[in-house]
Write a protein that binds this ligand. Structure first.
Ligand SMILES: NC(=O)c1ccc[n+]([C@@H]2O[C@H](COP(=O)([O-])OP(=O)(O)OC[C@H]3O[C@@H](n4cnc5c(N)ncnc54)[C@H](O)[C@@H]3O)[C@@H](O)[C@H]2O)c1
Ligand SMILES: [Zn+2]
Length: 359
């Protein structure tokens, strides 16, 4: 795995920051407790939210780089979750026509997904990640220590992407990850925390899972950087997830929902769709539902305040707006079982016809 460094502690980072005068740390303003690890570096704090993941914020970062005297030899280091790494990577890739950059991802989702692969984008109007670049970071420093302050809800959102990756590539690792994360949830339920003596319960195991997952994503990106084929597989669960996120965003009655939660629901729907499409049993969809529940993730479309489930007609309408629609069909990544997943162009008519079986 090229340029992805995995450590338990954040202290090893100092080895990467020798030329600190030249390092411009773009850091999530919620992470003040991490500042001491960037002694001598130029600090640029940014507030993070999906609403602020905009071109204006990127312009602000480039302004701050200019003010701080960053020249063409500057190194930008994005420290935070996916919002920060996406914006820092984008700003670095356009500042003075591009300067080098790296990441210290601090959420599980950013460690296994957002910080790897070189996609650096921001939102524009109601479109997510629609403006940006594909430019690779020089290196990514991943450590489990920083995850200890993460809220369980944020942590679980990352678990959904971890399981997604293993469904695509690794049956054994999938089973091991489900076992670990369900144990972790049981530990949380009985003690009120993921931590035992200040570290994650079985932290070495968590680190191993993160490392394997990051390795799979990075290998796919090396083979298909510009998403012409294989990289599309990483969208498993995402077609339904984007539709659910859009509805929750537009209709406050159903929201809010986190991306990882929507991906978990989306994967179950994709597995159910696969069963209908191929005419096979729904055993895998049922197994997936059990597994996701055991790691604390939702598996059914959200309900409104009165307990009414999001209507499937609404979901199909939202699917029609997806950028993966081709005429009257839409690309779905359909999982038959762990390790057997296909990219299929499914006529929307079929999705409509079987939608009654989906929830
Ligand atoms: N570029 C890609 O390939 C790619 C892939 C997947 C997702 N993304 C993007 O990633 C974003 C989501 O990333 P995210 O889930 O990491 O969100 P995020 O960056 O908003 O972080 C989630 C929350 O956790 C807080 N936080 C971050 N690190 C923390 C820590 N160590 N301790 C305590 N709190 C911490 C943040 O302040 C924030 O409130 C989305 O905008 C999505 O589009 C990009
Ligand atoms: Zn995702």
């Amino acid at each position: 795995m090229r340029n992805i460094f995995i450590y338990k502690d954040i202290s090893e980072l100092s080895r990467f920051l020798n030329d600190s005068d030249n390092v411009f740390v773009v850091i999530d303003s919620n992470l003040k407790h991490l500042h001491s690890h960037f002694e001598g570096c130029n600090m640029i704090e940014i507030p993070t939210s999906e609403q602020r993941k905009t071109l204006e914020s990127v312009v602000e970062i480039t302004g701050r780089l200019l003010e701080s005297g960053a020249d063409r030899g500057a190194f930008v280091l994005g420290v935070g979750g996916g919002i920060t790494t996406d914006m820092a990577g984008f700003a670095a890739s356009i500042y003075k026509r591009g300067v080098k950059f790296g990441f210290v991802p601090t959420t599980l989702l950013a460690q296994v997904d957002a910080s790897i692969g070189g996609k650096n984008g921001v939102n524009f109007e109601s479109y997510k990640n629609i403006v940006g670049t594909i430019t690779q970071p020089q290196w990514v420093y991943i450590c489990s220590e920083v995850l200890r302050t993460l809220h369980p809800k944020e942590f679980r959102a990352g678990v959904a992407e971890v399981l997604k990756t293993f469904i695509l590539f690794d049956k054994e690792q999938y089973a091991a990850a489900v076992e670990y994360f369900s144990e972790l949830e049981q530990y949380l339920a009985s003690t009120g925390s993921y931590l035992k003596k200040g570290e994650f319960y079985k932290e070495e195991l968590l680190l191993e899972i993160i490392g394997k997952c990051a390795e799979y994503k990075s290998a796919v990106v090396e083979r298909d950087e510009f998403e012409r084929g294989e990289r599309r597989m990483l969208n498993l669960g995402h077609t339904f997830a984007h539709a659910i996120e859009k509805i929750c965003g537009d209709t406050p009655d159903y929201g809010p929902i986190m991306h990882g939660e929507a991906v978990a629901i989306g994967m179950v729907l994709a597995a159910k769709l696969a069963a209908c499409y191929y005419g096979i049993s729904s055993d895998f969809a049922q197994q997936l539902e059990r597994d996701l529940k055991s790691v604390g993730l939702p598996t059914a479309v959200p309900s409104d305040k009165n307990g009414r489930q999001m209507p499937l007609g609404m979901l199909v309408e939202a699917l029609r707006m997806d950028k993966k629609v081709a005429g009257e069909s839409i690309h779905f990544i359909l999982p038959k079982r762990v390790g057997e997943v296909n990219d299929v162009l499914v006529p929307l008519k079929i999705v409509e016809e079987i939608s009654c079986d989906l929830c």
